[in-house]
Design a protein around this ligand. Structure first.
Ligand code: F3S
Length: 233
């Protein structure tokens, strides 16, 4: 069957303004949006630029806006969408070219929350640091984040000021703060308890809608706030 794609195009080195280019191509029933982009790039216009890697919803590379909704191009099926399909880059990140955005700010914010296990006490000599199944279960809904940026790109607070850590970095912070083996809350306070940290979230919930892994960054942010408050009491 034939489907029409309206794709955002912009090459800052040559173009004064962004434009949209339309491609009508033959697609197969099982194709994802990424399959269609590959078909366009490989058979129609080799200059079309976008990021992709694993093709299995794991690496987070191909997050983009599909008919106005952030999603992973490798997971969204063409058959799930009727009519012309408009594909645009993730909002609020600088555009490198076409659908490819610069996510450096996103990863800078992530680094500020120290997204790794911080353990100060020496490890046991005869085994690794253990965690009970119950404590491990508390981390479900946090570790599945693939850092695609779909949530942060949908957040109006981040649109207004990209110093805001954003839902992805905050959910990742919560993943470690909630870990029974972690002893690094103090080291993360400077970022989390700052004016660009947990308190800047306005509980808009766009991030929950946008997450292609059905995670709930807002809940993580609220739980971080509770933890910070309880530390201060
Ligand atoms: Fe933004 Fe999500 Fe908070 S969209 S304002 S981080 S609830």
């Amino acid at each position: 069957m034939q489907r029409t794609f309206r794709i955002f195009r912009f090459n800052p080195a040559e173009d004064q303004e962004p434009r949209y280019e339309t491609f009508t191509i033959e697609v197969q029933e099982s194709w994802t949006i990424l399959d269609a982009l590959n078909e366009i790039k490989w058979r129609h216009d080799g200059t079309l630029t976008y990021r992709r890697s694993c093709r299995h919803g794991i690496c987070g590379s191909c997050a983009m806006m599909i008919n106005g909704v952030n999603d992973l191009a490798c997971e969204k099926q063409v058959a799930q969408i009727r009519g012309t399909i408009t594909i645009e880059p993730l909002k609020s990140f600088p555009i490198v070219r076409d659908l490819l955005v610069d996510q450096e700010r996103f990863f800078e914010n992530l680094r500020l929350v120290k997204p790794w296990l911080i353990a100060r006490t020496p490890p046991p000599t005869d085994k690794e640091r253990l965690q009970s199944p119950e404590a491990r279960k508390l981390l479900d809904g946090t570790w599945q984040c693939i850092l695609c940026g779909a949530c942060t790109s949908s957040c109006p607070v981040f649109w207004d000021n990209d110093n805001f850590l954003g839902p992805a970095a905050l959910l990742k912070a919560f993943r470690y703060v909630a870990d029974s083996r972690d002893e690094g809350l103090d080291a993360r306070l400077e970022a989390l308890d700052s004016k660009y940290g947990v308190w800047r979230c306005h509980t808009v919930f766009n991030c929950v809608e946008a997450c292609p892994k059905a995670l709930n960054p807002t809940d993580g942010i609220v739980q971080l706030r509770r933890r910070l408050i309880s530390e201060k009491l």
